[in-house]
Design a protein around this ligand. Sequence first.
Ligand SMILES: Nc1ncnc2c1ncn2[C@@H]1O[C@H](COP(=O)(O)OP(=O)(O)OP(=O)(O)O)[C@@H](O)[C@H]1O
Ligand SMILES: [Mg+2]
Length: 507
Amino acid sequence: MSDAFDGVVLEARHIVKNYGGTRALKGVNFQIRKGTVTTLFGENGAGKSTLMKILSGVEQPTSGEIVLEGEPVSFSSTTDARDRGISIIHQELSLAPNLSVRDNIFLGREIPGPVGVDYAEETRQTRALLEELQLPIEPDTIVSDLRVGQQQIIEIARALSVNARILIMDEPTSALAAAEVQVLFGIIRDLLARGVAIVYISHHLEEALEVTDHAVVLRDGAMTARGERQDIDLDWIVRNMVGDDFDLGSPPTGHELGDVALSVRGLRVLDPENPERAIVDGLSLDVRRGEIVCLYGLMGSGRTELLEAIAGRGEIAGGTVALDGERLTTETIAERIERGIGLVPEDRQRDGLVQTMSVGQNLTLASLRDCLVRGVLSPRREKRLAQRMVTDVTVKTAGPDVPIGSLSGGNQQKVVIGKVLATSPRVMLLDEPSRGIDVGAKGEVFRLLASHAAEGLTVVYSTSEVGECLSIAHRIVVLRRGRISAEFGADATKEMIMAASGEAVAA
Ligand SMILES: Nc1ncnc2c1ncn2[C@@H]1O[C@H](COP(=O)(O)OP(=O)(O)OP(=O)(O)O)[C@@H](O)[C@H]1O
Ligand SMILES: [Mg+2]
């Protein structure tokens, strides 16, 4: 075993972390080696982010020891850890939305000039990073004007800018398109060649396997398995994460589809950055009661804009949307929720959750009307609804009263889904809802959607994972440059779907 410890730059010993009564880590031992990628797998709430927060100075362990190149250390802050060469890409975006890209990258470690900050130098370095990451935007762009995926790339740029010896990546690709992931993987290979040690966390298991050297599995706050790349595969990961009997399922059969519930005709949405161009370009789509349609397409194919237009967010430049044969015109988002249209948005932090509220308050926020008794909010009803949704979407939480911020990333995403389901929608629109959700929970969400569909719910599910389409959809609609480029039934193959999207299909 001794040579397995060769090149260990950082070692965590017997790390315990308690949050009040929750024991998030139960004495974990973990090593990071120079010039290699250690991937960390585990279900939602297993303790992955907690361990990484401890290694990067965000949190302090309740007990245990961190040893950096043979020397015991303790980090009092992220700045402290960063000064020792440890950098982290957070699972939840942590950028300041009102600042520019450049100011975010250098926040807290501005480059001093002869008078004040050397903005010219910061701009130059920012531009170089953006180029390396192949993101064609200006350093002085305000972060809130960027798409989620672009913001995630800025998050990566910031972590790279410190030239760390140890780089921790907690779900770095959850909002990235396939091509952007490949750019990141190229950068990872360069970093490895320079001897950087990397920790990589992702629920996109195939993707994570691509970069793995060593894999480690956390389960309920304890390390339960480890393996070298040549000894592991997808089955090994899933088996160790969630146990043997696991299946993402197949599209629901056995219920009759009803009449057309959602009808989109000639819909046009213009690109806010370039009004000459239509992001959704005269698109028509009918979805029937009880039907589950997957929208598949590359980033920028118009999936998000289509769903947002149906939900009443953003301007429509032309075309119509009808629900059960009735045309929706001026209805606001709230009115459309009332009419039965629910959207699980792409960006849960910005649109999905109120961070200052509890799990229960977030779950019932959009359906308080159902909790009224003679016009007065009934705390009992509210509590009952919250409790039911916690169970339905399998949120791992101590109870509905805990703050939403104390949930793991994947469990927060489940709350966003539960919040929309609680409104008892007739049409449910989901925009990349499985981001950050573990394979087991994904199966649960699919079963839940299927059972609601059997009772008449219409589902439009946008995804960039082909496997998801094949596991849940009655019909797969492929979008390409704002138009429908192909439609398939449940018997399609991955290759057919990817080819129709314009994506290169691996040989
Ligand atoms: N600030 C906090 N207060 C209370 N409990 C917390 C806090 N942060 C995390 N926890 C709890 O610690 C446990 C581990 O959470 P953690 O975020 O590490 O999970 P994770 O493995 O990263 O999951 P995911 O895959 O969903 O991101 C969970 O039970 C979570 O609710
Ligand atoms: Mg996490």
